[in-house]
Design a protein around this ligand. Structure first.
Ligand SMILES: [Zn+2]
Length: 199
């Protein structure tokens, strides 16, 4: 599915998710650079992506990405490739990519075009806030941080550190490092994944 309709982003801004607080660092990230490796791989093979729980190591999300040749020539003049992303439950999305030149001849970077807002992004997220609690999340179609209504952990002062005593005199009030994004393990075959013990 390439688009959920032009009214989609607006329809989510009507307050249905008001007050929800889910940080993007808690949600599987599909980084544009992993898609770039796959699309640039001369073997033109699918890659398997596995997101493991950072706390207990169990597999929380899995997807297979592969080049999508049928889309060749169908997009606008500024996009250069598309891929399909399939989950183990059979759901499938087609996502376009864009090669952008970096300034001062520093090469090119591949970006993923968010299917909802059509803005080129460095990564897309596979879950969105929904469900019973303000911090509960459900599997969704892949979208950018904004369209999937996620925020950075540092927004709202969640990571503010207030050292006490002497330390505060030396360092003042600071912010801890931003949590890492939840990146996938990347495999180029199911056998490779099985060897690594994730399947
Ligand atoms: Zn978007």
């Amino acid at each position: 599915m390439v688009s959920r309709g032009s009214s989609y982003p607006e329809s989510r801004c009507e307050g249905r998710f008001f007050g929800r607080r889910v940080n993007c660092e808690q949600v599987p990230l599909l980084p544009a650079r992993v898609v770039a490796w796959m699309l640039d791989d001369p073997r033109t093979i699918p890659y398997l992506l596995i997101w493991k729980s950072l706390s207990d190591g169990t597999v929380k999300e899995a997807a297979r990405i592969a080049p999508y040749y049928e889309a060749a020539g169908r997009g606008g003049p500024d996009w250069t490739g598309a891929f399909e992303i399939k989950r183990h439950d059979g759901t499938e999305d087609f996502i376009r990519t864009l090669l952008r030149m970096l300034p001062r001849n520093r090469g090119r970077v591949r970006l993923l075009i968010c299917p909802h807002c059509s803005i080129p992004r460095r990564g897309l997220y596979g879950w969105e806030p929904s469900g019973r609690f303000t911090n509960s999340i459900v599997r969704s179609t892949w979208g950018c941080r904004k369209c999937n209504l996620l925020r950075y952990a540092s927004e709202g002062g969640a990571l503010l550190i207030r050292p006490r005593g002497t330390l505060s005199l030396v360092f003042g009030t600071g912010h801890s490092l931003r949590p890492e994004s939840w990146l996938p393990c990347v495999f180029t075959s199911p056998e490779e994944a099985a060897e690594a013990g994730v399947l």
